[in-house]
Design a protein around this ligand. Structure first.
Ligand code: AMP
Ligand code: GLY
Length: 442
């Protein structure tokens, strides 16, 4: 296989690392890639949404498979672009069609889909500017805190959780007034679910599916889950509450109805499905009428790609050949392929730039990488700068908010975390920050 992988983050480096290990991978290109993906394949200078350039490249280099990392090109229809092009139609794209990508591209569509297929999720209603008053009335019927979601893609910033009715009403009006541009011209208001989150990943060929290792990510910048949301500060796999029984419920109530629902609705979907789940607290009546609390998996959101930084642990725990699985997706023979998990735990600690997720500077020299031992480094925001005076080699420098993912195995998460934290300290760059409490809540 001659594979082109689209994307440039830590997720893509982890996917590239895994793809490159496959005996079925003859050549791997990454567009545009980063300083890390260069170690396992060839970076090419094409942007993920430049479909015409991607087409020319695929034809020129004889690419036989395209794997899509981020959601953007999927929402923009890269799958359909290939399928509808006489010269490209035989090159499989791993990722859903434009219609399938709407599961991530529209929160309202995703909620409606779950409702149509009886998939457990938070109670909700969607409102546009013409139904502002109805939205305010609906808020009155809910308990605090209040969850507001812009319908469209907002680079992970479109969800607000507000402690009081007054704030919720104010933000609701502002969202409809254009706070996130067109993306918030419709707003989903939903019931708040209380519980711990878990990311579950599936690969599907549209008929059958394979469940990959699950993971938990850490979204906030501050320890104890405080402060602003980030693109992800770390992840842990496996997740202790995702037991066999719990995963059985997830498969029966969530995964299977989703894959079947896509098929029933005639949506072409050959790629990853990322189920953002919550183990939600449920109050009910137990034996003898006593109030009893149970926890049940519910869907917070769908994504149509792998998670970041979950991929940086999931790829460590996937023993099977990823390209073989992709082949199964492309040819509709996924059911015949095997998925095996590594029994060890894997964790990822993300090193970020000082000031992130607010404003930060780039271009700081990264040192200490050669001293790292016992961890796998996945690059996110890194680049090579031209050699400085008196040196001969290009320098590795910071080039984004999230810089490096330090991923490790261990017999349990504690052992894995020990390695990641030790290596996180050895790597140095000006302003470096990381969370020291990854996995501590589990
Ligand atoms: P989303 O973009 O839908 O993943 O939402 C971002 C984050 O907001 C999620 O990862 C959750 O932490 C939180 N969130 C979203 N919806 C709810 C909800 N209904 N109840 C509680 N937390 C939520
Ligand atoms: N880690 C969450 C995401 O990739 O959206």
């Amino acid at each position: 296989m001659r594979i082109l992988l689209l994307g440039s983050g830590g997720r893509e480096h982890a996917l590239a690392w895994k793809i490159a290990q496959s005996p079925k991978c003859e050549k791997l290109y990454i567009a545009p890639g980063n300083a890390g993906t260069k170690e396992v394949g060839e970076n090419i200078n094409i942007k993920v949404n430049d479909f015409d350039d991607i087409k020319d490249f695929c034809l020129e280099k004889g690419v036989t498979m395209v794997v899509v990392g981020p959601e953007d090109p999927l929402v923009n229809g890269i799958y359909d672009f290939f399928k509808d092009d006489a010269q490209l139609k035989d090159i499989p794209v791993i990722g859903p069609s434009k219609k399938g990508a709407v599961l991530e591209g529209s929160k309202d569509f995703a909620k409606g889909f779950m409702q149509r297929h009886g998939i457990p999720t938070a109670r909700y209603q969607t409102f546009d500017g013409e139904h502002l008053q109805e939205g305010l009335d609906f808020l009155e019927t809910l308990e605090p805190p209040y969850v507001l979601k812009a319908d469209g893609l907002c680079a992970g910033k479109g969800v607000l959780i507000l402690p009081t009715l007054e704030e919720a009403k104010k933000e609701f009006k502002e969202m409809l007034g254009g706070m996130f541009g067109k993306a918030s011209s419709r707003v989903v208001i939903e019931e708040f679910l209380d519980g711990i989150e878990c990311s579950v990943f599936v690969l599907t060929d549209g008929n059958s599916y394979k469940i990959l290792p699950e993971a938990k990510d850490y979204k906030r910048i501050g320890e104890g889950d405080t402060g602003l949301n980030t693109g992800g500060m770390g992840s842990v796999s496996p997740v202790p509450f995702a037991t066999k029984d719990w995963m059985k419920k997830v498969e029966e109530r969530i995964i299977r109805p989703t894959v079947e629902g896509l098929k029933e609705e005639g949506i072409d979907y050959k790629g990853f499905i990322f189920f953002g789940l919550i183990n939600a607290r449920n109050k009910g009546q137990g034996a003898g009428g006593k109030e009893q609390e149970t926890r049940e998996p519910k869907v917070i959101e769908y994504n149509v790609r792998m998670g970041d930084p979950e991929t940086e642990t999931v790829m460590l725990r996937l023993k099977s050949d990823l390209v073989d699985l992709f082949e199964g997706v492309a040819t509709g023979t996924l059911a015949e392929r095997k998925v095996e998990f590594d029994e060890r735990a894997a964790v990822c600690v993300m090193l970020v730039s000082g000031g992130y997720p607010g404003s930060y500077e780039k271009g700081f020299h990264i040192t200490g990488i050669e001293d790292v031992w016992g961890s796998t480094l996945f690059h996110a925001g890194t680049a090579f700068a031209p050699p400085s005076e008196g040196t001969e080699e290009a320098q590795l420098v910071t080039n984004g908010g999230r810089v490096l993912a330090v991923s490790s195995y261990g017999k349990d998460k504690e052992e894995a975390l020990e390695k990641s934290f030790a290596n996180a300290k050895l790597i140095k760059f000006q302003g470096k920050n990381f969370r020291r409490d990854i996995g501590a809540d589990l």
